[in-house]
Design a protein around this ligand. Sequence first.
Ligand SMILES: [Zn+2]
Ligand SMILES: [Zn+2]
Length: 385
Amino acid sequence: MLSRYAATPLTSQLNEVGAWGNPVLSSTLGGYGYRLIAPARSLERYEFLPLEPQPGEVVVEVVGCGVCHTDVGFAFDGVPTRAPLPLTLGHEISGRVTAAGARAGQWEGCNVIVPAVIPCGDCSPCRAGQPTICRQQFMPGNDGDGGFATHVRVPARGLCPVPEKLPPGISLPLLSVVADAVTTPFEAIRRSGLGADDVAVFVGVGGVGGFGVQIAAALGASVLAIDVDPARLDLAAQHGASLALDASSASDKELKSAVRSFVKQSGRKGIGLKIFETSGTPAGQTIAFGLLDYGGYLAVVGFTPKKVEIRFSNLMAFDATARGNWGCPPEQYPAALALVLEGKVVLEPFVERHSLDEAPAVLEAVARHEIKSRVILVPDHEGSQ
Ligand SMILES: [Zn+2]
Ligand SMILES: [Zn+2]
């Protein structure tokens, strides 16, 4: 790998760039990544020159990038990326800042988590405190090249600093999943107003829901997990869920009555069930909507481009609320990270690591539901220098 990389024509291009007097701000010799060339095609490896941060931007040496179902949506389900292809996917990034543009110098050398959605900070929604709907937002791997690469260039605004010294068992690559899989349910839970008086139901306890269960439990809520995978249900039961229900062997009606008796037995006095749809599947969405009751709250966290058939009027009949959230405002990241660093949300049992070079195969395996854990792609920086 190392010799193959060093032997590419990139090196000679690099020298030429240097000879032309262009500033080379990164200390590294460029890098490589895996980009989507066209929908439904395998990701393609490509190499790039050192990235040069513009004012207000940084270059992050990626140490970990989580693989999200949104990446699968872009690659295989016909969901268009906002920037044209070819595009490097990946929006769940942790790493170290190796170069910083003007006004971003304070980040140089810092360990960071890159928010999945980086708002502009200046438009009407941003000023009104709704930065996740900012139309000038930058999402790595959607609005520009993302983290399935050795390096990525992103706005410095909103970066979440990570302490140099981490608690035992927590590493910077592991923290990549905070960028989306932890913070997105964190924000959904925050918006729901969930507290210790409430019962929270998570429909789908994979990469995202498994973290949601733990966040809800950390807030003192009584938590119920629903999934179709026994291994996931076991994990949820070990990490915060008081009851785990297998939806593959129960009718919707049976699920509903099991949830009702759980609420009764929980003794929680909170008004209305807080339901979190974290499966991103039509079946999960149908179950989640069907659980709505008087004063209920449904958070739509998972994504699927597919449609579902629901009785929409239930919202009216139950005086219920359904709400989505596109990521999480950057200012909430430190609080979400703190839950992880304090050990209230554990990541390790829910993830598996693969080499960045496995990106094409991994994305296909995730699309085929062959990998159930959250995958973290880890670049081999020995091979990129
Ligand atoms: Zn995502
Ligand atoms: Zn904005």
